[in-house]
Design a protein around this ligand. Sequence first.
Ligand code: NBG
Length: 835
Amino acid sequence: MTASPDDINPRHQLSPLACDSASLRQSIRDALVREVGKDPDLATPRDWLHAVSFAIRERIIERRVVTRRQFAEEDVKRVYYLSMEYLIGRMLEANLRNMGIFEATQQALQDLGVDFRTIARLEEDAALGNGGLGRLAACILESMATQGYPGYGYGIRYEFGMFQQHIEHFRQVEHPDNWLRFGNPWEFPRPEKVFPVRFYGYVIEHHESNGENCYTWEDGEQVLAMAYDYPTAGYERRNVNNLRLWAAKATRNFDLRYFNEGDYIRAVADKSESETISMVLYPNDATAIGRELRLKQEYFFVSASLQDIFDRNLQLGYALEDLPNKAAIQLNDTHPAIAVAEFMRLLVDEHHVPWHKAWDITRRVFAYTNHTLMPEALETWPVALMERVLPRHMLIIYRINHEFLEEVRHRFPGDHDLLGRLSIIDEGHGRRVRMAHLAVVGSHKVNGVAALHTSLLKQTLFADFYRIWPERFINVTNGVTPRLWMIQANPGLTALIESRIGSDWKFDLDRLKQFTPYASDEATRADFRAIKRSNKERLAGLVKNRTGVVISPEVMYDVQIKRIHEYKRQLLKLLHVIELYQRIRDGEEVLPRVVLFAGKAAPGYQRAKDIIQLINEVADIVNNDPAVGDRLKCVFFPNYEVSSAAIIIPAADLSQQISTAGFEASGTGNMKLALNGALTIGTLDGANIEIRDAVGSENIFIFGMTAAEVNEYRGQRHPPSAHLDSHPRLRGIVDALRTGFFANGGRALHAQMASYLLEEDPFFVLADYAAYSEACTRADSLYGHAEAWSEAALLNVARMSYFSIDRTVREYAENIWEVTPEAVQAPCPKDPNEC
Ligand code: NBG
């Protein structure tokens, strides 16, 4: 029987706030006075932004209360998603749309004389992540709520998110992202929800009569983790899930010690030191950073989250042995892998569960997603550091490793190399803890994020693990949320699709397939082109605003938008820009286009920052050459973030997905762009392969070496310069760099980049150039046929349904978490204007 949760205690019955525009208008005005504390006559646009956010959050939190009650009533199994990163973006419009009150709120604001777009633009992006990994986490949370899965996100409430990128003298300059400076109306601080987290100290071993020794971890430093909750609304559902982010606070005991000794200054200084743990996001994408503070961040949020999970389960009356039936914990990459040891510590040390039983529970609860094969991204910690910072965890890891290697020794007697390769402790590089191994050993399922990536995981990184536990490895290809990346970002295309096939596809993207026949309908194609064009005008406005460069909405928009990384090969695209420029200068006809790059470089990644400078210097010459005009514009769009992605993507015609095959685990920008009717030019890497299979090889431009060919080629050790004659223009292009043709003052950088290509070229830019240039020509000639191009673009849209995040989340739910969706029923709308 499913009792209505509101029956639990009649006194706590909720009476839902109404959501018609008149009620919203009233709530917004009330919030402006009561929450923001402003007279409407004096309110600034930001005051209105906060007022409307407060009015909406009241409605979201009501549904959250109901969701929580219902999950508790029904004893559901819950999913806990542990991620160091959430790249959420702005919350106002996403919340309004998912709550189904976007139009009513716009109306309410209009009645108050406030323009929605003007205030929405003032919201800071919540950029608590670097790139694809963090954005995937945000998409997964939204989809869990939309589909009704009982999902909880856990992470860190960084005081400073991803840095703001400015371009000064062609170079990237980082500015701190002080996203909380005006306060954040979406968060609920929970000062009573605090957990102590210990670092350093020592371990005491106690001998017990039953033969199992027990351990206590003592002394050291303690920091408090305080919860901040961000309710996450499902699309057109009543479910609201919770994202809980932890902030570090100094413990009171800690302060008191010094206060009592009379050292006021020391006490306050120590307080701010412990609070640095959640101060800043490390701005490194797909590279590990071996700093003690990073290890502390990882342990800090993992420990707080697991303590919270234990608390919840105990409060609900669940037995610890029953945890695998009540909780699934997903590790988003290796960053939270210390959770395996912490979970064991909580079970064994704090709750006195015998070791082997605890280990069985742990393995059944945890699962691990790997997001990259790149060796520099795989976290390892020096044993000495781990022993100092987390002494109890080091002992636990030793025992896990010992028992694991015993098991292997038993199955493969005499294979010492195998033991060395599998060990959680790497004895070869000054003794380090391999966090990925800990994650694999402590999980019942390990997944890659695209078919190729998973198969490479099995063949390379985790080949030995795959040999012993083949059933543990599965693939879950990434996806993207169509709510943000289609419905919100591209209202024009959304309306076009709705006008042809209705709106069922918004709930079930598979139904987008019904749009397929319209690709051959001339009227639909013409509408599609008109929508693209107006999306381009919107982007052109933003580009002019941010960079001063004027771009025409008439030409092809060719975009490469992602983190700057050698393996992603922004240089390959830049060489092609130089080719186009030289062809124009030589009087050849070329297809007019705007090439737009956007993306941040890790502040310590010199080569990536040099690539940004190179792009900007080439752009400066190209854009100011009167002989070129609108035939070629090259733009570096600064400070790429979720909110600007939502404007660039719907305007794109051509999507650059040109990583060296075997390096991009999946990619998700590739999916967003294709879903919005951009054609992909790409290598057979990551999810590009599955995108080709979905859209048809005639509707995508594939080129270059495959992962296997890259591998083989690498073995042959050709000098990169051997490729200079593989394409009639390549020598001249590299020469332009070498001689500093585009150099704005500093030639050295250009010459250095040319020798890097000619002598090292670790990602095979020159080897793939001829094939790339040829693929660009294919793309250009199709673009010349507007009807054929529009047909291919519309087929991309109609055939991208597989890449919905809802399919991804369903696969996790069915194959890993074993949880089922729960539609939240109440509060029941008595009239359609109620939330
Ligand atoms: C990134 C990969 C991308 C992938 C995202 C999401 C890391 C460590 N990995 O290819 O580089 O799309 O993860 O899975 O950031």
